[in-house]
Write a protein that binds this ligand. Structure first.
Ligand code: NAD
Ligand code: ZN
Length: 373
């Protein structure tokens, strides 16, 4: 079986892995990717999903695996749907399944779901018997362009998001664009925010392409989606290959995230989707760049326009006070040696990390973002 139309690798030496992107891949390419990405695999496979995703895609995945000549022993486990279940209790339930079924070190864990299922399956795979292989089948746009690539795995603690985790790269990522057809519009939009992020931080031509194709993406045009996912994964793969454990450049992927995390925290992770908060965060980063003279008014306007055309918010909640903003941003995980770090666009298709943003500047940005633009 040949590779699908869109394919690339995350270049990490001996842990190099393929990402395959296209329509209908669960049926046509899952078995080929498992074989190619996992030499000397045993027979045991655990598919982790949740009831929402399983309703649409579990049977197709199980049917494909059942047809394989490899005679896999496949089990599945459904975790409850929702960020609040990305916790140690769910992790422990999955460990019980692995213990009871005597999963060995040559098993494979398959994540079938959005970022929550992917992060959980990845952390399970990172820790079961000190690390086994896992394959990602991401089913949200956010998971397809972001969380399934790069090997960050984690669960939440009541004291904070993603506090318990490990870097553990998947052995392959299968992105079937057909799964997006059942994805709610708001979830699609949240994924588009991360797609736009790649255009702003790394690729001016991609940004221009997005300006022209944003409606097609919102309408789930399959060719537009494949192209945008491919480009996004290629940019993330490059960054991850250069800086796997975020010692430097990988932090650029956090464009808009320091502001965004403050919005998510202020609203108790309830009302805003992560991508929506990041969208406003990118608007605020653009304001700061304009104030500092890094970008011109035309490009500043283009960023805001694109985010708005993607159906995403451009204003933070009116209810957030300056004091709340400053406290929450200072608490963000991205704080290093006591300094808040901001990723700011510095030109079309370029961004850089800044640790010298003053409180006064932040107050001005918050004011500018809260008013109508
Ligand atoms: N590891 C990383 O690098 C990384 C990066 C970004 C985000 N994340 C994590 O990802 C998580 C967010 O991921 P998400 O946005 O995918 O949310 P999610 O996994 O909660 O999925 C969103 C909702 O969509 C449903 N869903 C998934 N696929 C569907 C489909 N095809 N059709 C219909 N419904 C579907 C899910 O059941 C859920 O209700 C967070 O926990 C975040 O911390 C991790
Ligand atoms: Zn993000």
């Amino acid at each position: 079986m040949s590779a699908p139309q869109h394919h690339l690798h995350v270049e990490l030496g001996t842990r190099r892995y393929p990402i395959w992107i296209g329509s209908g891949l669960i049926e046509s390419h899952l078995e080929a990717l498992i074989t190619e990405a996992n030499p000397q695999l045993g027979r045991q496979i655990l598919v982790l999903s949740n009831p929402t995703v399983a309703e649409h895609f579990l049977q197709p995945v199980l049917a494909t695996l059942a047809k394989s000549p490899q005679n896999y022993h496949v089990q599945h486990h459904l975790m409850p749907d929702g960020e609040s279940y990305k916790n140690l209790a769910t992790y422990s339930d999955i460990m019980d399944v692995l213990v009871q079924a005597r999963f060995s070190r040559d098993c494979l864990i398959i994540a079938l779901g959005g970022g929550v299922v992917g992060d959980m399956a990845g952390f399970v795979a990172a820790t079961w018997q000190r690390g086994v292989r896992f394959l990602q089948i991401p089913t949200t746009l956010l998971a397809q362009v972001d969380s399934s690539v790069g090997g960050k795995t984690a669960v939440n603690h009541p004291g904070g998001k993603n506090l318990i985790g490990a870097f553990h790269q998947p052995s392959g990522v299968l992105i079937d664009t057909d799964v997006l057809m059942t994805l709610p519009t708001r979830e699609l939009g949240a994924g588009l925010a991360e797609v736009i992020k790649y255009g702003i931080m790394a690729d001016a031509d991609f940004f221009t392409w997005l300006e022209k194709n944003i409606d097609a993406l919102r309408q789930k045009n399959p060719d537009a989606l494949s192209a945008a996912i491919y480009k996004s994964c290629a940019i993330k793969a490059d960054v991850v290959a250069a800086d796997e454990t975020e010692q430097g450049q990988r932090a650029l992927l956090n464009l808009g995230h320091t502001f965004g995390h403050a919005i998510e925290a202020a609203t108790n992770y309830q009302t805003w989707l992560h991508g929506e908060a990041v969208a406003v965060g990118m608007v605020m980063a653009a304001h700061l760049s304009l104030m500092r003279g890094y970008i011109d008014a035309d490009y500043h306007h283009a960023i805001i326009q694109l985010i708005q055309n993607a159906g995403l918010p451009i204003h933070p909640p009116q209810s957030m006070t300056d004091a709340q903003w400053l406290t929450l941003m200072a608490r963000d995980k991205k704080v290093l040696q006591g300094k808040m770090r901001f990723i700011l666009p510095t030109a079309r298709g370029a961004a850089a990390i800044f640790s010298d943003v003053t409180e006064d500047e932040l107050r001005r940005v918050i004011e500018a973002a809260t008013q109508s633009v």
